[in-house]
Design a protein around this ligand. Structure first.
Ligand SMILES: Nc1ncnc2c1ncn2[C@@H]1O[C@H](COP(=O)(O)OP(=O)(O)OP(=O)(O)O)[C@@H](O)[C@H]1O
Length: 289
């Protein structure tokens, strides 16, 4: 039996519409299923955890990256694979995994049941599946998630969110410990820690990140004036920002981030707290379809 976890409100109600399409396909093909609809933050993780205990064939998330994060949190460390049918605004996990945006094709991939293992990472009590960040990008995630325009703007909302945050943002002093090696940054804009190349609705923040190599890829952006940041910003969509002298790419397995003033932290686009924080890779801990 496959359990579908549907976030009906993801992608401005796309979650609900896509589920109805998937349900019709399952019924046409006489494929047994269970479905659960999320009621609010944290619920998808609870459902996934309880499904994993009953040893189901797969748990399939229908929603955005926030839903992937929660379902992944519920399944990491088990042998139950996570399927994914994208229905959010960003869908960066789908992009990184080459999961089709067409629901019928994404469902077919679930039914094909080719299991592969991907890395996740522990952040305090929680896990990130694809990406996490501190500073500017976390502020953007927070702004976007509270924006009334998220309902209809789709992927471009992250671009507009970034422009909105930019005017008020003040870079910070941050200390980073990567596998015992310390780096200090004055005027830090952001630190992205990723398993996947993409975040923020298709920004190629860590172009070489691979989600099964046991490493976390890190991108630090520092020492830039606001106008310079704005000028560099569009280049992230093609991963060309990495050539800029204010961009430092690093890699590690265990990372601690501390800052003078607490900075907002996000995991897979959902704000989960503030610095200080520690992130530790959990190699190949999540089975995905
Ligand atoms: N019934 C519900 N009502 C309100 N919020 C919900 C409900 N179910 C889940 N949520 C919350 O919705 C939030 C957003 O979900 P998700 O990230 O999947 O969609 P999205 O924001 O549209 O997509 P993306 O992150 O790809 O931009 C998550 O924080 C999740 O916990």
């Amino acid at each position: 039996m496959r359990v579908f976890i549907v976030n009906s409100v993801s992608g401005n109600g796309r979650g609900r519409k896509i589920w109805l399409q998937v349900q019709r396909l399952l019924e046409e093909r006489n494929i047994p299923y269970q479905v659960e609809f999320t009621k609010g933050p944290g619920h998808a993780a609870e459902i996934a955890e309880s499904a994993a205990r009953s040893n189901v064939q797969a748990v399939v998330a229908i929603g955005g990256d926030g839903t992937v994060n929660e379902v992944g949190n519920g399944l990491a460390g088990t042998e139950i694979p996570m399927g994914y049918i994208p229905a959010g605004s960003g869908n960066d996990f789908a992009l990184a995994q080459n999961i089709p945006s067409d629901p019928e094709q994404a469902l077919q991939r679930v039914l094909d049941h080719q299991v592969r293992r991907v890395d996740t990472a522990e952040i305090g009590e929680r896990m990130m599946i694809g990406f996490a960040g501190v500073g500017f990008d976390a502020k953007v995630a927070d702004t976007v998630n509270h924006s009334p325009f998220k309902r209809w703007a789709g992927r471009s909302i992250y671009f507009f969110g970034a422009v909105q945050v930019l005017t008020r943002f003040r870079p910070a002093s941050v200390s980073l410990l990567i596998d015992g090696k310390r780096c200090e940054y004055q005027g830090l804009w952001l630190i992205a820690v990723t398993n996947n190349p993409y975040y923020g609705g298709g920004m190629k923040i860590c172009p070489d990140a691979k989600n099964d190599d046991g490493w976390l890829d890190i991108c630090c952006v520092h020492n830039l004036k606001h106008a310079q940041f704005l000028k560099m910003f569009p280049s992230v969509y093609k991963g060309k920002h990495v050539n800029h002298p204010s961009v430092t790419l690093l890699r590690g397995k265990e990372i601690t981030i501390d800052s003078e003033a607490p900075l907002v932290v996000h995991a897979d686009g959902e704000v989960i707290g503030r610095t200080p924080l520690s992130i530790r890779v959990r190699p190949q801990s999540l089975c995905v379809l």
